[in-house]
Design a protein around this ligand. Sequence first.
Ligand SMILES: C[S@@+](CC[C@H](N)C(=O)[O-])C[C@H]1O[C@@H](n2cnc3c(N)ncnc32)[C@H](O)[C@@H]1O
Length: 234
Amino acid sequence: MAQYDGFAMQYREILNKGGAGGPEPAFRYMEEQLGWLGDLAGKSICDIGCGQGQLSIRLAGMGANVTGVDLSAEQLAYAAAEDASGQIAWVRDDAMSLSSIQDESFDFAVSSVMLMDVPDHRAVFSAAWRILKPGGYLIWVIMHPCFQSPFSHPIGDGGRKVSEYREQFWKSQGRGTIRSTLGAYHRPLSVYINDFMQAGFRLLRVDELDRLEPTVDVLPGHFAAVGRKMDDAR
Ligand SMILES: C[S@@+](CC[C@H](N)C(=O)[O-])C[C@H]1O[C@@H](n2cnc3c(N)ncnc32)[C@H](O)[C@@H]1O
């Protein structure tokens, strides 16, 4: 089963609910960073692991030519249904290869809360590097591995206790939920950052994103990075 086929409706509910667990902080961060990088009109953006396409649609609204890539046909069906403009290309492909996408064909690539879903995040960084034009940018956002993981427990005073931090695959308890079925990959920040640079990106900045609303804690919910494809960074 392709990732998220069978879970598109459940993911839709997470999106509709908004709030702490949703990707809205990631979307806002992408819009802000891309806005700072210049006028998006006519620029090409690949949204890697685009899910149901909300970010792609928002970036297209900023004037960009957007391609949304996802492995799940069901997620893409939701995306296409929501794309009133019909201007976005929705492509079913594996983010770890992006084999249907030509080398050096995008100005920007973005990846919103999907790297924890793939067994090989390095392959995603490499594929993104390949499809970007020289000097192109990749912006990625993940759930914060310190403060938003099953190994990080609220302790009731606004803080958390982190019980484990090593690289590992996990599944939540229960049945029939996205994380109890598909699981996710927990990786320390150093793993992501070093592998990002190793793939040939010059690290421009990292950020820790505030939650949109206070929950049991006031710690950052997402981690974000911006890098630029540089030949001499390899
Ligand atoms: C948590 S959702 C995030 C979706 C969207 N980026 C957002 O922020 O709402 C993760 C998405 O990554 C996709 N995905 C997981 N593994 C993938 C892979 N190997 N190639 C492409 N997409 C993948 C899933 O199908 C899912 O739509």
